[in-house]
Design a protein around this ligand. Sequence first.
Ligand code: OGA
Ligand code: NI
Length: 318
Amino acid sequence: MASFISHTELIAEEIIPTIDFGLLSNGTPDQRSDMVQALAKACEDWGFFMVVNHGIPDQLRDEMLEAFKTLFDLSDDEKRPYVGGHVLDPIRIGTGFNSKIDIGKCWRHYAKIFVHPEFHSVPKPLNFRNISQEYSKCTRAIGLELLKAIWEGLGIDESRVKAALKLDSAFQILVANLYPPYPNSGTTFGFLPHSDHGLVTLLYQNDVDGLQIKHKDRWMYVKPAPNSILVNTGDHLEILSNGKYKSVLHRAVLNSEVARMSVVTAIGPALDAIFEPIPDLVNGDSPAVFRAMKYRDYLEQQQSNSLVEKGALNLVRL
Ligand code: OGA
Ligand code: NI
């Protein structure tokens, strides 16, 4: 465990790629085409990038963070209905990664809410429903637009992928992570190294750093530019692209003085969609490296087990 966190292995900061969402969604055809190429390169080389000019109002982001903070601060009685449920329950509050099995390994509180295709919300705080609905809608639109550009960059027919993945019913989950201050003992994490299920994950944090990604086999801190959101590609994009766009390992370390918070939203295929490498990307030279599986089954397996890096992908690896 200690080797995970040895700061001597951290590499000097490299600048992660930046994607200008404004140019992607409203640029001239040439600007859009340049951004599609930049996005393809970011997915292939990094699996992690910053998105600027994304159009999410600052106020909405701040309100979302604040509403989650209020939710975490509710009394235990008020939170009890959401604690300790099944991994596919639409609202869950807990600690660690999976509250039942790895308590103590990660010093993190979480709230996870399924927000699409069916929208769920907690009744308190009172403004939570409106804010989370708006925030989910905005981030889903960005995620789906990024995916459209990603299919374009891969040279595949968007309408076919969209239909196969049933993206009109895309599964979206809204998660908040709260990492209380904790003396940096070198053995306790905020969030253990893992990759995300789903296609893309969008992350927004308060102004406390702590996120690290594994890039070229070394861990590095990610410092998002002000007003940017961080996006990483998930396991399902790795599967669909037949291994071309690898999901990236990331983890969160703790700050000894201040609490860190992040609001994360993951967007994936419909839960009942069966995903597999896109046939256009599979041929004699590059045979399929993953088998087909239903997203719901994958999610259930990943979320019910201990988090062991990218172990969940082995469920479908051929
Ligand atoms: C996640 C995650 C990291 C962070 O929620 O999947 O990786 O910095 N969070 O909170
Ligand atoms: Ni993650």
